[in-house]
Write a protein that binds this ligand. Structure first.
Ligand code: BDR
Ligand code: CA
Length: 312
């Protein structure tokens, strides 16, 4: 059984990611923490509660995290619409569950401390909560099996030519987390998630399988339009679900150890994730991060589709 905490800013693709983990028989979803990102913290938290309820898991506790980046003004975009779920947030029902009274960092510390085995944390929003957790509680690191982070783009960005959204929202947090020693990190950047795009056939298989699939797919049109207009891609790109797939099935993505850094300036490269891919004869100056650059994309998208169609 894999013990997971998902740190999230739902978010259309976050909804698919939560649904992938929520009813998987090999996953013990210990909790969900929320962060501001795709939309403000009130919406990401309400959306997380409602998505879990939609998935039949209102029992999974949800704790509220950071409402802003560590040290910079808010940055946002409209990819997920004004409610964070492509205009569909008010159609998925309202959870009767309340948020956990603890803040996200205290909540994660308590879950990690109580767990008899190390826990995988899957951050699929800006890394603010995770930077705060590791900065304030370095002693908790041995309780973390691995961070499987959706973020970054080595070959280019989605929100700017150089930056990926989650890193762009809080570059200082990303820089700290990626530099942190003693915590294994697998980074799941755009380089692999953009390869795992799916089209109408995949979406209609998920939509027609069950009520959860129908609601998830109903969230996608606005988000898809954003990727069509911004990146010329008329597909559904489920970034966050790819990170959760790797957390559930370690090794489903092909990783390369790389030295990384993040541009924390306010220039044109702000929020960009850089990898040193030169021939590494010199000893590394940064810790190495396992960066997922490739995958068997048809096996991977088939895995996500089959899970969403069979577990609900
Ligand atoms: C990431 O940014 C958000 O828009 C998505 O939810 C995903 O986590 C992709 O760049
Ligand atoms: Ca997200």
């Amino acid at each position: 059984m894999r013990r997971l905490i998902i740190d999230t800013d739902p978010g259309v693709d976050d909804a698919f990611a939560i649904a992938l983990a929520a009813r998987h028989p090999d996953v013990d979803l210990l909790g969900v923490t929320t962060v501001a990102g795709n939309i403000g913290i009130e919406h990401t938290t309400r959306n997380a509660l409602n998505i879990l309820s939609l998935c039949g898991r209102p029992d999974v506790p949800v704790a509220i995290g950071a409402d802003k980046a560590l040290c910079r003004p808010p940055r946002s975009d409209d990819a997920h619409g004004s409610d964070g779920l492509g205009g569909h947030a008010y159609n998925i029902g309202t959870s009767s569950a309340s948020v956990d009274p603890r803040d996200a960092v205290t909540f994660m510390v308590d879950l990690l401390t109580a767990s008899p085995e190390p826990v995988t944390i899957v951050p699929i929003g800006p890394l603010t909560n995770i930077a705060l957790l590791l900065g304030a509680h370095p002693g908790i690191k041995p309780k973390i099996d691995r961070l499987v982070v959706m973020g970054g783009g080595i070959a280019g960005g989605n929100i700017t030519p150089t930056a990926e959204f989650n890193v762009w929202v809080d570059p200082e947090a990303a820089r700290r987390v990626l530099a942190m020693e003693d915590v294994p990190v697998t980074l799941v950047p755009l380089d692999v998630t953009m390869k795992c795009a799916v089209g109408d056939e995949w979406l209609s298989a998920v939509s027609s399988a069950n009520a959860v699939g129908r609601e998830l797919v109903a969230m996608t049109p606005h988000y898809r339009e954003f990727y069509l207009q911004e990146m010329g891609r008329d597909e559904f790109i489920m970034h966050d679900a790819i990170a959760v797939a790797e957390a559930i099935r370690p090794g489903i993505l092909k990783t390369t150890p790389l030295e990384l850094d993040v541009d924390c300036t306010d220039g044109p490269g702000s929020g960009a994730t850089f990898a040193d891919r030169r021939n590494g004869l010199k000893p590394p100056t940064h810790r190495l991060v396992d960066v997922a650059l490739d995958a068997d994309t048809s096996a991977l998208t088939g895995f996500v589709r089959d899970e969403l169609t069979s577990r609900y």
